[in-house]
Design a protein around this ligand. Structure first.
Ligand SMILES: NC(=O)c1ccc[n+]([C@@H]2O[C@H](COP(=O)([O-])OP(=O)(O)OC[C@H]3O[C@@H](n4cnc5c(N)ncnc54)[C@H](O)[C@@H]3O)[C@@H](O)[C@H]2O)c1
Ligand SMILES: CC(C)[C@H](C(=O)O)[C@@H](O)C(=O)O
Ligand SMILES: [Mg+2]
Length: 370
């Protein structure tokens, strides 16, 4: 056993969050057993669950646990039960966004990987994604319309006015562009920057800045797409993308689209990272890209893979445990190759076996080998 336990703040949250989190923790425990590691999981309330139990979506104890940990493993928050609350008291604007901002988690990596065995689960024609694909969405996470001020609603001249403000500083674009280019350098060295530079001031600055940063990465081929065209090109030819770099709201939308082209939102993990602490490791929050899936919650049928792969990203980015991260990713691929499918990725094929959340977790953890 290693001397020091690896401290993780576990924020399972709402809806399917606790169900898929249980499987991710079991997978991590299995890795710990095989690799002589020790995890210390600090389970804390967040989102609707925290509103119900403690009266606010992000209790001080939760923030303190995150500060004391090396990483946050996050489930999902939100749901119809809390939608009547004032916007800033709801789980999303009261907990998730403040966590991203507080910890400076500006870089959101969403690896959209379509395993060849899953091409038939995609609503896109199989011949368009024959051998699967691997696209990395690098989404800016702490700027843009989500956080720009002013943001308000008021009555004016007998009407109602709602204002959100899209703001990007050049420095914010520079730092996320570096993340995108550095990722491209470890991959196929192709980067597509997505904006709306034919309309938005923000996007004009975005495009200019990306072109400037590109000069520092001469090996990377850069192209620019307007977001509407990008949404279309992804459906037409997802395998043709390598790294897709974009701002907060466009990344939110395109990453759900990419997840579905790859088979299901239930497969898309994410890593939200701040600045590296200098040793190549990052404090980060790791969470499925999808939400609390109120339509599935409580039924034991949600796909736990996005949560499990998020745990693998946590091992890689926050703790430098590359071998262990790969063990999890290989076990997921093996469970899929062996025909295990939750409902969201099930197709009409007698050789496949439809399973629930727990059985999928078991199929994965029994395939983890040292
Ligand atoms: N990170 C987060 O905490 C997060 C992310 C997205 C949405 N949300 C919140 O979740 C709530 C529900 O939002 P929504 O319905 O728009 O989006 P959602 O992502 O929860 O669900 C969208 C669709 O994807 C499916 N889906 C999502 N995850 C799945 C999984 N693991 N397995 C199988 N199917 C899965 C759902 O069943 C649903 O059909 C809202 O309150 C929203 O704000 C939270
Ligand atoms: C729940 C919501 C605030 C969040 C976002 O828009 O960033 C989610 O959709 C995501 O993709 O992580
Ligand atoms: Mg989203």
């Amino acid at each position: 056993m290693s001397d020091q336990a690896i401290k993780v703040a576990v924020l399972a949250g709402d809806g399917i969050g606790p169900e898929v989190m249980t499987e991710a923790i079991r997978v991590l425990e299995r890795v710990a057993e095989l690799r002589n590691l020790s995890f210390e999981f600090d389970h804390q309330l967040v989102g609707g669950a925290a509103i119900d139990a403690a009266g606010c979506p992000l209790p001080d104890a939760t923030v303190a646990a995150c500060e004391a940990a090396g990483a946050i493993l996050f489930g999902s928050v939100g749901g119809p039960k809390w939608e009547h609350l004032p916007p800033n008291d709801q789980p999303e604007r009261g907990a998730l966004l403040p966590l991203r901002k507080k910890f400076g988690l500006f870089a959101n990596l969403r690896p959209s990987i379509c395993l060849p065995a899953l091409t038939h689960a995609s609503p896109v024609r199989p011949d368009l994604i024959k051998d699967g694909f691997d696209v990395l969405c690098v989404r800016e996470l702490t700027g843009g319309l989500y956080f720009g001020q002013p943001k308000f609603r008021k009555e004016e001249e007998g009407d109602i006015l709602a204002v959100d403000t899209m703001v990007y500083r050049k420095s914010e674009i520079e730092r996320i562009a570096h993340v995108g280019f550095q990722a491209a350098m470890t991959r196929d060295k192709r980067l597509t920057s997505v904006d709306k530079a034919n309309v938005l001031e923000n996007s004009i600055l975005w495009r200019e800045t990306v072109n400037e940063i590109a000069k520092q990465y001469p090996e990377v081929t850069v192209n620019h797409l307007y977001v509407d065209n990008a949404a279309m090109q992804l459906i037409r030819d997802a395998p043709n993308f390598d790294v897709l770099l974009t701002e907060n709201l466009f990344g939110d939308i395109l990453s759900d689209e990419m997840a579905m082209i790859a088979g299901s939102l239930g497969m898309l993990a994410s890593a939200s990272l701040g600045q590296t602490s200098g040793n190549g490791l990052y404090f980060g929050m790791f969470e499925p890209s999808g939400g609390s899936a109120p339509d599935l919650a409580g039924q034991g049928v949600a796909n736990p893979i996005a949560q499990i792969l998020s745990a693998a990203l946590m091992l890689r980015f926050s703790f430098g445990l590359e071998t262990e991260a790969k063990m999890i990713e290989n076990a997921v691929a093996a469970a899929i190759a062996d025909g295990f499918r939750t409902g969201d990725i099930m197709t009409d094929d007698a050789s496949l076996r439809q399973v629930g959340t727990k059985e999928m977790g078991e199929a994965i953890l029994s395939r983890i080998s040292a």
